[in-house]
Design a protein around this ligand. Sequence first.
Ligand SMILES: *Cc1c(COP(=O)(O)O)cnc(C)c1O
Length: 361
Amino acid sequence: MSRFFNKKYGNLEVYTPGEQPKDKKYIKLNTNESPYPPCPEVRAALGAEVVPTLFRNWSAVDDLRLYCDPECTALREALAYEYGTDAKNVYVANGSDDILNFAFAAFGENGVVCPEISYGFYPVFAKYNGIEYNSIPLNDDFTIDADRFCGVGKMVCIANPNAPTGLMLSIEEIEKIVVSNSENIVLIDEAYIDFGGESCMPLCDKYDNLLVVGTFSKSRSMAGARLGFCFGARCLIEDLETLKYSTNPYNVNSLTQLCGVATMKSQEYYDKNCEKIIEAREYTKSELEKLGGVFTDSMANFVFVKFPEFDGEYIYKALRERGILVRHFSNEKIKDYNRVTVGTMNDMKKFISAIKDIMGK
Ligand SMILES: *Cc1c(COP(=O)(O)O)cnc(C)c1O
């Protein structure tokens, strides 16, 4: 730390992103990216394929000299159309992490409550924004006890499905939490909703204290382009816009806006990818069961698994030696587990063989 660094940031505990290793080629099952590339329309938008005749004289690259649309109009309209809402109820940002940070800053004045085991960024954003952070333990089976989040008198932030467990609250449970905390914002982080869950986004029409956050990073194959979105009452979106126009009005660059719009034109392509991922996830669960693995019934694009006879970190390292990267967390309560991103069926067959090899089976 330099002697110039603002003291209020002196003891931040930063978030540790999953490894993006360069030393060799791994089967990368550690950061929940999609194993599939973006749709052909996204490739075309970037000029990677023959551009449609209509746009022959037009180049996204030439347009980089211009500032992008700060209102992200086309993108918000495309999202609004797909989700059956109005563009004025949509906010987009440079990844959903950006939205979470702003939401904590905007709505966390009374403090924020999260599940004890959840996305590691929540406590970091709370501290960064000087917000009191409280966590509520999960049940022993890693499920979230919705009743304990009712009437807490603070902002509530829950990932649904939760990470790294993949377990879900029902829409009814979420509605109960929203109704009982009407004086505070309830933020539902739906980063993994497309892998079989049902979005609670339609509740935004009914409640002005609900913010539902989504991302293009997982099901929509665009983690590197950085694009997140959220839905909420117009007054909430305006508050986020106030923070955006006070820091960085051009928070979503022009190439990402183009790719986002192109993505929304190919929902069927992404739906098919999600189906393939769900199939590979269920295959992985059934194989893990045969091997004595203990895992949650994940509804996300990862499985969360331990093997009673083996240390979690040992499995992580043994997989790494075999060219497979998964995510291990040192947190005492989950250190026996690993979070394994669901890749292609082929990736998962290789993962299962590696596990058999490690177990000597
Ligand atoms: C991956 C993830 C995010 C971050 O998504 P970005 O849009 O890439 O910033 C947010 N929340 C949860 C729970 C995640 O797992």
